[in-house]
Design a protein around this ligand. Structure first.
Ligand code: ADP
Length: 406
């Protein structure tokens, strides 16, 4: 995967066809296409492995404890593989300079709150207290909201994973000419000689790598993201007492409310949940295994009925007839693609307001951005996990009603 394009050599052989590619740009484009295709091809079978293993585990039966343990190992290995694919794709894109980096005004306190919410389960599982010390403040910086959140999530999840039992994680934001975000933990700390190394790919501290799950790529990607946004990243650590990971970004004044809508707010307004009385969900997917996995998922969600279509043409007809509360749609469909179907549906008065969530193995940022820009309400990447489907249904079908438990 770490195949470097020699900067001094403009002729690059690619794809085994013996074809000489004259420009680095063309080589980079082909490499990017290859990565996109490869990650798609890997994700599709992974989807089945994760989906069916989750189902087997959820169903429970009179399996022996050993068999249960084997299934847990299959599931965590498949998830690990998925996380590796995601990260290798990210790194390759960054190395190729093809990772589009937005430069927008971002309110970091809301972003930190959202990240801590997402990680509250992991913290609870590890008996770690999460503390955010700038609650209620608004602090703005310049950067790419999605990437800043990825860095915060990486720092905080590490601070939870590599902490001691009943430890604590503090997140602080400081404002000066720049904004500085720090994540401090009460873990074992990192020896001084290793503090730079852990930002390199696949470098993990040996004391932790055997028993704590990780890929050794999170900090590499965080560093690339922060530096691409013009910031700096680093760590200070006190062996035996804890570590403080930090990054800084350019500070901006709070923009006029009317001129800027953050991604988070935009996503909120996109929530077009319809009446809770309608609990029909339509899934448009050509792959039979994926349909089966989804059917099994919906069997576990009470009060919701799943309709299936194996192509967009039939899917649109079913949407017109049944007016589902939510459409889940594969993108890579034969005939009418998922994105084309989205545009068709958005043009049909009677069904144009139905929320549509993409369910796709295409996980590149530009794929996701394009789909959201065209009007998808959300984008789930395969392999989709049961909890993601549950939260999507809770959000779009039940409008996050607190009195409804899936
Ligand atoms: P991962 O956590 O997936 O292994 P990272 O790139 O995020 O990958 O981290 C690389 C390594 O740095 C980790 O494996 C761990 O050894 C070390 N590390 C990261 N964060 C901390 C922390 N807060 N405390 C102690 N060690 C850490």
């Amino acid at each position: 995967m770490k195949e470097n394009i020699d900067e001094n050599d403009t002729k690059v052989e690619f794809n085994g066809g013996g074809k000489e590619i004259e420009s680095q740009e063309e080589a980079a484009r082909l490499k990017s296409e290859f990565i996109s295709l490869m990650s798609h091809e890997l994700r599709t079978p992974l989807n089945s492995v994760i989906g069916f293993t989750e189902l087997l585990l959820a169903k429970g039966s009179d399996r022996s404890p050993k068999d249960e343990e084997y299934l847990d190992i299959v599931l965590s290995s498949a998830r690990h593989l998925k996380s590796l694919i995601d990260k290798v794709v990210d790194i390759s894109k960054l190395e190729l300079g093809q990772s589009e980096m937005a430069s927008e005004e971002v309110e970091v306190c809301a972003l930190i709150k959202a990240s801590l919410n997402e990680l509250s389960h992991l913290a609870e599982k590890n008996s770690i207290k999460l503390v955010f010390n700038n609650m209620g403040q608004e602090i703005w910086c310049l950067g790419d909201e999605t990437r800043i959140k990825q860095v915060i999530v990486n720092f905080v999840s590490n601070a939870i994973k590599y902490n001691r039992p009943s430890g604590r994680v503090d997140v602080d934001v400081f404002e000066d000419e720049q904004i500085l975000i720090t994540v401090s933990d009460t873990g074992l700390g990192i020896p001084e000689g290793k503090q730079n190394l852990i930002f390199e790919p696949f470098k993990r501290l040996s004391s932790q790598s055997s028993h704590i799950e990780g890929t050794g790529l999170g900090l590499t990607i965080s560093k690339m993201f922060v530096e691409a946004m013009g910031g700096q990243i680093g760590v200070e650590s006190d062996l035996g007492r804890g570590s403080k990971f930090w990054f800084n970004l350019c500070r901006v004044e709070s923009p006029q409310q009317s001129s800027t809508t953050s991604l988070l707010e935009a996503n909120e307004t996109k929530n077009k949940a319809v009446s809770a009385i309608n609990s029909l969900v339509l899934y448009i997917e050509d792959n039979a295994v994926n349909r089966l996995v989804m059917t099994e998922f919906f069997d576990e969600i009470s009060g919701v009925e799943l309709l299936l279509a194996d192509n967009a043409h039939d899917g649109i007809a079913m949407a017109k007839k049944n007016k589902p509360a939510l459409i889940l749609m594969d993108i890579n469909l034969p005939g009418i693609s998922g994105l084309k179907a989205l545009q068709i549906i958005r043009g049909l008065d009677e069904i144009k307001d139905i929320p549509i969530v993409a369910v796709s193995a295409q996980a590149m940022k530009h794929d996701v951005d394009e789909a959201l820009k065209l009007g998808m309400d959300d984008y789930l990447t395969k392999p989709v996990e049961f909890v993601k489907i549950q939260s999507t249904v809770a959000k779009f079908v039940f409008n996050n009603r607190t009195d409804y438990h899936l």
